[in-house]
Write a protein that binds this ligand. Structure first.
Ligand SMILES: [Zn+2]
Length: 60
């Protein structure tokens, strides 16, 4: 389950997530993309940033 985080750039709670890129996966035969994906940072869906703080419950 996705948990909301506070985005310092958008000044709001967002659901951060990672997008699996099938095109890159196929181009790199998956071998190099899988470890890259596992260590990839979750990103804000709005500003694409990764500057997060814990979600602020009073702003939900
Ligand atoms: Zn953001």
């Amino acid at each position: 389950m996705a948990t909301p985080k506070w985005c310092n750039l958008c000044k709001r709670n967002v659901i951060a997530g990672k997008k699996f890129n099938w095109l890159v996966f196929i181009l790199l035969c998956g071998l190099f993309y899988l470890p890259y994906y596992l260590f990839k940072k979750e990103k804000c869906p709005i500003c694409n940033g990764d500057n997060f703080s814990p979600a602020k419950a009073d702003d939900l």
